[in-house]
Design a protein around this ligand. Structure first.
Ligand SMILES: [Zn+2]
Length: 135
């Protein structure tokens, strides 16, 4: 799943959790669940990095710094840092440890670019879910 989608879902789960520690944990758990669903991953990881950075800036800009929303988003995105390091050539693929990346836990079938459409709806739905929470 694209990191920006993890960020959006983790953020809204964190907001619902209302506690930063629980939010962080839910973010990580949501990453496993979302990776197990058949999904589209961007071919150019730099696009996902840029979108994820923009998402974090939006979270901060909306006043969620150090809130459950922020920590849910961090927990949801954190596992993909190893994918970024691997794609940058900083670590070997075999050094990755997150269970849905090592295939210890099932990873969803890759989809074509049309598979990005459900992720767009997930992101929009997450944004809609954050609005009532307030910043
Ligand atoms: Zn992942």
């Amino acid at each position: 799943m694209c990191s920006v989608t993890h960020l959006a879902v983790g953020g809204v789960l964190g907001g619902w959790a209302g506690n930063s520690g629980v939010a962080f944990f839910l973010g990580i758990v949501s990453h496993v669940v979302m990776d197990a669903v058949p999904h589209y991953d961007t071919r150019d990881f730099r696009v996902d990095v840029a979108l994820t950075a923009a998402g974090f800036l939006a979270v901060l800009g909306l006043g969620y710094w150090n809130s459950p929303v922020f920590w849910g988003a961090v927990g949801a995105v954190l596992p993909d840092v190893e994918n970024l390091l691997w794609r940058l050539g900083a670590i070997r693929e075999s050094w990755r440890i997150f269970p849905s990346h090592t295939r210890l836990i099932r990873h969803g079938k890759p989809l074509t670019a049309r598979g990005a459409i459900p992720q767009v709806f997930l992101i929009l739905g997450s944004i809609a879910g954050l609005v009532p929470l307030g910043g």
